[in-house]
Design a protein around this ligand. Sequence first.
Ligand SMILES: CC(C)(COP(=O)(O)OP(=O)(O)OC[C@H]1O[C@@H](n2cnc3c(N)ncnc32)[C@H](O)[C@@H]1OP(=O)(O)O)[C@@H](O)C(=O)NCCC(=O)NCCS
Length: 195
Amino acid sequence: MRRAADRGETRYGADVTSAPYDHTPVLTGLGLTLRGVVEGDVATIRSISYYDGRAARDDDDAAAMLRRIHADVARGDCLHWGICLQGSDEVTGTVGFYRGFANGIGEVGYVLREAYRGRGIMTRAVRIVVAYGLGPLGLTGVEAHTARDNAASRALLLRAGFLEAGSVQTGGAEARVRYVARGERSGGPATPTEA
Ligand SMILES: CC(C)(COP(=O)(O)OP(=O)(O)OC[C@H]1O[C@@H](n2cnc3c(N)ncnc32)[C@H](O)[C@@H]1OP(=O)(O)O)[C@@H](O)C(=O)NCCC(=O)NCCS
């Protein structure tokens, strides 16, 4: 099966090579393949498509959200991966850096389709993305902000090597718990291969 990067469906092309974070590398490891998300994935990921905190209403809305994410990627503000089990091209969830890279810090975000939860998939995906961020991408730190009552997300972050570091107030919403991963504390054996 051809991978997304081979299909020529993405806009990760020569037109954006001047941006600092202008491509979405394929990362493999820990039984997963992380690849760029393409238009052909929209129906699969509609249930987990969000932008600016809003869920997609339908496939067209999810496609529009994906185009906005791709524009953010082209501007160097974002990296967005689809998570596939190795040997499959079906996207089970998404993970990425969604809020820019100010001061060399990336904020990781993630969501998994319900049918795939509870198998450790996202713990592995986050480990891979953190290792890539603190390694080849050259970030000095990775943060994650999650709701206090999101037990699955908080357990995942601790297992992926993050440390709790206070809270952050975002807008009028309830403060979110802040987690940080830096250098060798980023946790674990993930050594993703950039294909
Ligand atoms: C959070 C999320 C990504 C977890 O993905 P996942 O692949 O199921 O996570 P994992 O299986 O890798 O790990 C989840 C951990 O949380 C634990 N967990 C799961 N549900 C839990 C719950 N309700 N209460 C306590 N712990 C829970 C799991 O047991 C596991 O820890 P353990 O192996 O030590 O027991 C998934 O639930 C999801 O997509 N949620 C909606 C989106 C979201 O909340 N994103 C985070 C926003 S910052």
